[in-house]
Design a protein around this ligand. Structure first.
Ligand code: GP9
Ligand code: MN
Length: 686
């Protein structure tokens, strides 16, 4: 009894006691948060131990700084650090809930998009229990307020502070050693932030992430022309010949890429309450002249939409952390689709998007990609009920886009980015024409509703293309950019799919998104080839009969007879027709069974695939982080000068509305086609 009393007296009356109290509470709460707010998937005793241990060393190290100060200051400093660490933890709880990932320095620094993403939906996702992250701070504040904790005025000997920090560093070393033992190459070859947090904790993760960001800029400075040579050597050795039968079948056609926001493959042919959710897309998917890919996967990382764009325009992966388009889009050299098509085949290139032009750094990155035009929110009429979430509602966006589309010289390469089907899937009552699903998960249930709306908008656009005759002259490419329902909605996902359970394996399979390529006369069919977003550009260039020699592309023609069918995920997971790797476990893709006792061949297969996946991710990162394309271009390619492009409204309008003999407008003898776009958008009813 006396001992307990003495102990608690020590805790509340000495600085060291205070520190241990603060550290202990922080440790405990972090561990509870790990277990309840994140899905880190610690398996086996060692991972469990590390998960438990990892909050301690960094907390002790950082909070211990207070010991080196005098008087009240010492306490203040400890508390401020405690608050900062807690705030970081708290922000990650919210970010993680939607993105299944941790915040990274570059995503905070460069885009504002993450903050935007969260800001819009915080009210929807925050839970009262999240605030318990601050409970220990509140408790300590109370103990201080009621003078239960008494300040120890004098400073401990310097030695004590040093000793505490030394212990912290030793623990840190122990943690790192054990972690690296369990998972070798943790800091160098692991692309998954979940692993870093599981093994090293959320604070060390922040440091590693910051270090990697700094390293990236150093890498840029260090990179030289021999780096690109080794990348090209690898790509040459692993090159896959495109399908000859499809070469140039769409030569000279317009290309219209329709970016289907957050659109997952499972929506195709999906029915809710007996009603098709996406009838127009379903029809296109099954059409005779559509090449549809049933095993096509999104491969995005934190950069979401921007990663999808990076892959489609460049056949380069997004980055492990942050958005490549945001971090490197302004300054890097690229050899992108619009520049290739414009240089080789005289295409006019444009992007249309009913959202802010600065989002994901598009207004800079598109110049580096060589887009002639970028029409964004400022170029559209925006009224209060036109806009929802991140931009104009899709029907209104398409309707207004026609005014610009008809002015584009043909052939054009045009990308239209939809946005209404974006988390948190909100839609005003007048536009709701299918009811919400009833899983009880508020972030999931609106999904079919906005997807249905997107589908109707696509239907209206397709009808316009037919009426104007553009359809005959255009190669349509439709693709879903990434998941709509993140990996944090297992229960709701199971219900949507009418399954008993929804596992991590299911979630990997859930990363399928549609890819449909349609043109009059194109030999279509539903292909089962496994592939992903990285492969779209080489596939497209082959269909258009565009020369690809010497391009630095990490994908390959999906129609190739030798398609390797290894689909990398940005965190190092992968899917092949045979194997699926997800959070470090391997599954039989066909049966979904977890592989346990690996046969010799399985072991070998898996190690080959792992190697390929990590090598390609790492090489692609090197290209972007080292800005390696500044050292090399195919001899037929002219370097893009971003300064040649100006997206200023007046400048664009002047150019676009000048006389273009090949535009639809001119072909219709200077008669607009706008009245051929029919929409039932309630906002536009007279
Ligand atoms: C907004 C947009 C959304 O302009 O394209 O991007 P996301 O949040 O899906 O990455
Ligand atoms: Mn998106």
């Amino acid at each position: 009894m006396l001992r307990i009393k003495r102990g608690s007296h020590w805790l509340t009356h000495t600085r060291l006691g205070f520190l241990l109290l603060v550290v202990g509470l922080f440790w405990l709460k972090t561990y509870i948060i790990y277990q309840t707010k994140f899905t880190l998937g610690a398996t086996g005793p060692m991972q469990q131990v590390l998960l438990f241990l990892n909050p301690l060393p960094s907390a002790l190290l950082l909070l211990g700084a207070g010991l080196f100060f005098k008087g009240r200051k010492a306490y203040w400093i400890t508390l401020i650090i405690d608050f900062a660490l807690t705030f970081w933890l708290f922000s990650n709880i919210l970010y993680y809930r939607e993105f299944s990932n941790f915040l990274s320095i570059s995503i905070i620094k460069t885009s504002g998009s993450a903050a935007d993403n969260l800001g819009k939906s915080i009210a929807g996702i925050i839970l009262p229990t999240d605030f318990l992250a601050f409970a220990d701070l509140a408790m300590i504040a109370l103990l201080l307020g009621f003078k239960v904790i008494k300040l120890q005025p004098h400073r401990d000997r310097f030695r004590i502070g040093v000793l505490v920090e030394a212990i912290a560093i030793a623990l840190l070393g122990l943690n790192l050693g054990l972690a690296n033992n369990d998972r070798s190459g943790l800091l160098t070859r692991v692309f998954d932030n979940n692993y870093l947090v599981k093994y090293l904790g959320i604070n060390v993760y922040a440091v590693v992430d910051g270090f990697k960001t700094a390293q990236a800029s150093a890498q840029m400075a260090k990179a030289n022309s021999s780096d690109i040579r080794s990348v090209r050597r690898y790509l040459r050795a692993n090159a896959v010949a495109p399908n000859k039968a499809y070469h140039g079948v769409a030569k000279g056609k317009n290309v219209l890429i329709i970016h289907l926001e957050s659109f997952q493959q499972f929506l195709i042919d999906y029915k809710w309450q007996g009603k098709e959710v996406t009838p127009n897309l379903n029809k296109l998917y099954h059409a005779k002249h559509t090449l549809s890919f049933a095993n096509f996967f999104n491969q995005v990382g934190q950069g979401k939409t921007s990663d999808a764009e990076m892959m489609l325009e460049n056949s380069l992966f997004g980055l492990q952390s942050g958005s490549a388009m945001s971090s490197y889009g302004t300054t890097n050299t690229f050899q992108s689709a619009p520049a290739i098509l414009s240089q080789q085949a005289g295409y006019t290139t444009a992007v249309m998007h009913g959202g802010a032009g600065s989002f994901w750094n598009r207004n800079n990155a598109y110049k580096s990609f060589g887009y002639h035009y970028f029409l964004s929110l400022d170029d559209y009429v925006n009224k209060p009920n036109y806009y929802i979430g991140y931009g104009l509602k899709d029907k209104i966006f398409f309707k207004q886009s026609v005014e610009y589309l008809e002015r584009l010289p043909q052939p054009f390469y045009l990308k239209m980015i939809t946005v209404t089907n974006h988390y948190p899937y909100q839609l005003d009552l007048k536009n709701q024409t299918i009811s919400k699903t009833k899983t009880g998960d508020a972030t999931v249930d609106g999904y079919v509703q906005t997807a249905h709306y997107l589908d109707q908008a696509i239907g209206e656009l397709l009808a316009y293309l037919k009426r104007t005759g553009l359809m005959k002259r255009t190669l349509l490419v439709l693709y879903g950019d990434h998941y709509g329902i993140s990996g944090n909605h297992h229960e709701a996902s199971a219900q949507l799919l009418h399954q008993k359970a929804f596992t991590d394996f299911d979630n990997l399979q859930f990363q399928r998104v549609p890819l449909m390529i349609h043109a009059n006369g194109l030999k279509g069919g539903i292909k089962s080839t496994y592939g992903g977003e990285i492969d779209v550009l080489p596939t497209l260039l082959n269909l258009l009969g565009i020369r690809q020699t010497g391009l630095v592309q990490f994908g390959h023609d999906l129609l190739s007879h030798d398609a390797p069918q290894i689909v990398a995920q940005r965190n190092g997971d992968f899917i092949t027709p045979q194997y699926s790797k997800v959070v470090g476990d391997y599954y039989d893709t066909k049966t979904g069974r977890k592989l346990q006792n690996f046969s010799r061949t399985q072991k070998k297969d898996i190690s080959v695939i792992n190697n390929k996946v990590t090598t390609e991710l790492a090489l692609s990162d090197r290209v972007i982080q080292g800005n390696l394309l500044r050292f090399y271009r195919p001899n037929w390619f002219q370097r893009v000068k971003p300064a040649d492009y100006d997206y200023n409204r007046q400048v664009q309008m002047r150019q676009l509305f000048a006389k273009h003999p090949t535009s639809l407008y001119a072909q219709r003898h200077d008669k607009s086609s706008q009245n051929l776009f029919k929409t039932d958008a309630p906002e536009l009813k007279k």
